[in-house]
Design a protein around this ligand. Structure first.
Ligand code: NI
Length: 144
């Protein structure tokens, strides 16, 4: 059994602001990340799959198919977007990298079988680096 990871990147802006909390509490909680006009990140995401090497091809997955899935579900909808305003999932959910990781994982998981219809490979985990020092990881089995 192998784990294979492929790396992608996109740029997006966001503002950390919880609607259910007041202005002062938002400022206290999120600091400069709560600035009204937002700020940007060059996100690096790593998508990991697991599975055996296919007997015929000697490969775990077709990276071209994975690229197509990630492009359609993540890069096209998120790149050069404002996450709060332009991604429906973040109208009411704060676009922290924790929540972004869940949203990316959910999108890939939901559409995985259309690109990889067989038993293998399976989506294993998503890792997202918001900055060089802030890295978030979630396993596909942990979300619905
Ligand atoms: Ni930020």
């Amino acid at each position: 059994m192998y784990h294979i990871t492929r790396r992608y990147g996109f740029a997006a802006s966001h503002r950390l602001h919880a609607r259910q909390l007041g202005a002062e509490e938002n400022r206290r909680l999120y600091g400069k990340c709560n600035n009204p006009y937002g700020h940007g990140h060059n996100y690096v995401i790593e998508v990991s799959a697991r599975g055996p090497a296919d007997e015929r091809t000697g490969r775990v997955l077709d990276t071209g198919r994975l690229d197509q899935l990630v492009r359609n579900q993540v890069l096209t909808p998120f790149d050069h977007r404002n996450l709060n305003a332009e991604v429906g999932a973040f109208h009411d959910v704060v676009p922290t990298s924790e929540n972004l990781a869940i949203e990316i994982c959910r999108r890939l998981k939901t559409n995985w079988s259309t690109v990889f219809p067989g038993e293998w490979p399976k989506l294993h985990k998503i890792r997202i680096a918001e900055t060089e020092r802030n890295i978030f990881e979630i396993e596909a089995d942990e979300i619905q």
